[in-house]
Design a protein around this ligand. Sequence first.
Ligand code: OGA
Ligand code: NI
Length: 347
Amino acid sequence: MAEVDPGLIQAPEHRPKPGIIKAEGIPVIDLFIISSPNTNSNDPRALDSLVAEIGNACKSWGFFQVINHGVPLAKRQNIEKASREFFGQPVEEKNKVRRNKEKVLGYLDTEHTKNVRDWKEVFDFTVQDSTIVPASYKPDDKELTKWFNQWPEYPPKLREICEEYAKEMEKLAFKLMELIALSLGLPENRFLEFFEEQTSAIRLNHYPSCPIPHLALGVGRHKDDTALTILAQDDVGGLEVRRKTDGEWLRVKPLPNACIINVGDIVQVWSNDIYESVEHRAMVNSARERFSIPYFLSPAHYTNVQPLKELINEQNHTTGGNFLSQENVIPESELAGKLDGALPISK
Ligand code: OGA
Ligand code: NI
């Protein structure tokens, strides 16, 4: 890249610090007892201890990794390979599925997080094709619209591979939401109703190697406005999580074939702030490109996200102030210019 777009440069306080602090404390949770077909979580003590692990991880970190999660390795490898093939094409090819005002899913290389451009390119699709969403961000506007996926010609099986992977992610996400419900003392199916017409999406992220990794970020600091996010990252590493105790940025160690889970804003609200959505960001580096694939679990568009009544009591009452954070809501004055990046996932 001959000249660097100044819009990519982070303000000094948000630039990566030299040296990496490893996130040793982020829990790694083994889901074997719920994902193995031969063990039908018959042992109530094993399930109780898994639920307690999930609850502790959500409370103290908002982030954890899972292993033995039941997603077939081949499906993950297929989507990782297809993602490399898609992004490996010349930009003219990728532009054939570029997002615009009407087509809000597909390819984009100009996303901004907190008004600074990210060093990345993405390809987005929703899990339900089509997905019904409000036509605008205005709360009083009742008009709805539909999002449709756009699929490129190359790689030829991208659609099939992505749809298969999405099904696996959905299964895992629902299992995790059951464990989260149990960890909050709720019936395991408490969250199910919110996802009948889910608006969940998957993003293929490509972070090219970067000549100015000390000045730019692959994705700037943000919280996910999801219920839950399930991220597959490759072996390069770069995801950093803000530790709740001291605000320090810690690097999440890539574990082969593990999935990284984080609580999003919506679980924060449902849980009445018992679990918090935690800030994270992605570093880039000058030596290697990096790929990641987040699955964003999100409820139906008409879900009125508010603290669950079972979790409101004298000690832990809601003031109404902890409804979905407004950090992702784009002021109307900026809307027109922003609509090309309309998928409201992580701003
Ligand atoms: C995201 C995100 C992190 C990563 O896309 O919301 O946080 O490591 N990605 O790619
Ligand atoms: Ni994120």
